[in-house]
Design a protein around this ligand. Structure first.
Ligand SMILES: [Zn+2]
Length: 221
């Protein structure tokens, strides 16, 4: 039975171990704030946790805190950043997978998928998928679009490349089994009440309708 879920996206946790790119500091949360949000999620079965970009903090801070609370999460790794300073190395990616976490694809080079030509997009997805599969020793079948960038062509290519679920950054709630999963980015200043905010933002019928229409445009453009 499909249910309404809240998908959350984290990026980095704790003190950044590398110079951040423009706009990144806003989605980098302190350890304390991260733990507050996790504690609000623990015990709820309607919240899914995801991490983008494959930062080293995924293993250093997020994994132990998730395990302590018996929570699972999906980690969307940028394949060509594996082993770079401040990002996960291969052992880290394997540690996530062997702890029961899902490892997903966030592109080879972290480029907005819509801006890449057909052939390059296929390579971007397949090279990343194969490289991550070689590291984890199993299939990688979920993807998250860098910068939330997708359209009908991107979705078709993702499907043909063997992805079963695509995570976006469209905000609001998502149906548990849907092919496209809208997500809500957690920002530096967010508090645990963001879960209630996400749901109440969608409550007025005209807002739910508008958000549904916006997503339909993205799928079909
Ligand atoms: Zn990203």
């Amino acid at each position: 039975m499909p249910r309404r879920l809240i998908n959350l996206t984290f990026h980095g946790v704790g003190e950044p171990p590398r110079p951040l790119e423009a706009g990144e500091a806003d989605v980098w949360v302190s350890r304390e704030r991260f733990i507050d949000v996790l504690d609000a999620i623990a015990g709820r079965d309607d919240v899914r946790i995801t991490f983008d970009d494959g930062n080293a903090s995924d293993v250093e801070h997020a994994l132990p805190a998730l395990r302590e609370r018996r929570l699972a999460a999906s980690f969307f790794v940028v394949a060509d950043r594996v082993g770079e300073p401040g990002f996960l190395d291969e052992a880290g990616v394997r540690a996530l997978a062997s702890s029961g976490m899902t490892v997903g694809c966030h592109g080879l080079h972290h480029r907005p998928f819509r801006s890449i030509g057909d052939r390059a997009l296929r390579d971007e997805l397949l090279d990343a998928k194969r490289s991550l599969e070689a590291i984890v020793g199993g299939p990688v079948q979920v993807a998250a679009c860098p910068f939330g960038s997708y359209d009908r062509r991107v979705l078709g290519t993702l499907r043909r490349c063997g992805f079963r679920t695509v995570y976006t950054s469209d905000r609001g709630t998502a149906r548990s089994h849907a092919w496209i999963q809208a997500r809500n980015t957690v920002h530096r200043g967010d508090r645990p009440d963001l879960l209630e905010r996400i749901v109440s933002d969608e409550r007025p019928p005209h807002r739910a309708w508008r958000r549904g229409a916006e997503r339909a445009v993205k799928r079909w453009r």
